[in-house]
Design a binder for this molecule. Structure first.
Ligand SMILES: C[S@@+](CC[C@H](N)C(=O)[O-])C[C@H]1O[C@@H](n2cnc3c(N)ncnc32)[C@H](O)[C@@H]1O
Length: 340
């Protein structure tokens, strides 16, 4: 039992990494006018530490927000976080009463003002009191726990919310996320398309991975690969055509063994003149313009959505949908060029 609790504690601790203000700023710069008159909810965010909360708190008036709400989750099982027994899940509702616009926020001063109230439960985004706050909001902006990303997205869709959230690039292949992407109801944000990002972690974070750093004040950071913004807020760059330079030839672009589509290993190699279905890496979505391409389905061992064209015989015989000349590739998104 003790071991199991320790494992739970370590898993829960690994969800504790905090987004840097610069990453939030770089993305939010693309949507400024869409926040005017809106209620923003950061529902995985402790107002005492979250940079999401501080970002909107500092820019409340320049963005013209109507209200800012933050709620945070605290694991209330005393066995898991014995050293944190006193911590409680809190929420904060800010209506712009003190004008702190465009100043560097003094967090100690904010904390002394004690602007938050205690939640009745543990602050899980799925609890009734948190859902009540979600219903009152227009746009959800946060970095939810990766392990609950599917449920988090489902809840946003259920309550018909605008959102701008951080997730792992592999979430593209989750059935619910992929369906939204195909239907042009969710897409990748604007500012992160490659590489890794640095996140702050608590002092007792288990640092066993490579790529961590401790700054001069002793604060710990880890670098995480494959981070992306997921959103249904529009921005102009996603309507720009991807420039295509290559021409199709059957030798360079073989077909999948069990699906009538050509395989393309790099987005930059999409041919300008192919009319049929093309299988591209999931990072294609970083360049995806819905006016230029149509998304048909996604392939891995099986097809993600199982739309028309899937080879049922191959599935029944346990053959990989992405194999090319007997070798399976990684996930592929099936697309068609609308301008052909
Ligand atoms: C990746 S961290 C990001 C924290 C903060 N949003 C940020 O970006 O700095 C995910 C946060 O979600 C919280 N969390 C975990 N499970 C949750 C749940 N069921 N409901 C709400 N928040 C949860 C964790 O405590 C953690 O602080």
């Amino acid at each position: 039992m003790a071991n199991q609790n320790l494992r739970h504690a370590n898993k829960a601790k690994k969800d504790e990494f905090y987004t840097q203000l610069t990453d939030i700023e770089k993305e939010l710069n693309h949507y400024k006018e869409q926040f005017s008159g809106k209620v923003v909810l950061c529902n995985c965010d402790d107002p005492r530490v979250s940079n999401f909360f501080y970002f909107f708190y500092a820019r409340f008036h320049s963005l013209g927000l109507k209200r800012l709400i933050a709620t945070c989750y605290k694991n209330l099982n005393p066995d898991l976080f014995s050293q944190n027994k006193d911590e409680q899940a809190v929420y904060c509702i800010y209506d712009g009463e003190d004008r702190v616009d465009n100043v560097i926020i003094d967090r100690d001063k904010f904390i002394k003002q004690n602007k938050w109230e205690t939640l009745r439960g543990d602050g899980d985004f799925r609890t009734p009191e948190c859902i009540e706050l979600l219903k009152q909001s227009d746009i959800v902006v946060t970095n939810p726990p990766f392990s609950l990303f599917r449920e988090f997205v489902d809840q946003l869709v259920k309550y018909d919310k605008k959102f701008l959230i951080i997730g792992n690039v592999n979430a593209i292949t989750y059935k619910n996320c992929f369906q939204l992407i195909k239907e042009n109801k969710m897409w990748m944000g604007c500012s992160i398309h490659s590489g890794d990002r640095e996140f702050a972690v608590p002092d007792d974070y288990p640092l066993e991975a490579a790529g961590y750093r401790i700054d001069e004040t002793g604060k710990k950071y880890i670098r995480i690969k494959g981070v992306r913004w997921f959103t249904n807020l529009d921005y102009k760059e996603r309507h720009e055509d991807l420039v295509l330079c290559k021409k199709y030839n059957p030798e360079e672009y073989p077909k999948f063994d069990n699906y009538d589509a050509i395989n393309i290993d790099k987005t930059a190699n999409i041919p300008m003149d192919y009319e049929g279905i093309m299988g591209v890496p999931i990072t294609f979505l970083d360049k995806f313009n819905p006016e230029q391409f149509e998304i048909i389905d996604g392939l891995n061992r099986y097809s993600i959505l199982d739309v028309a064209g899937t080879n049922q015989w191959a599935i029944a015989n346990h053959l990989h949908m992405t194999s090319v000349n007997g070798h399976s590739t990684y996930y592929r998104i099936l697309i068609k060029n609308k301008k052909q």
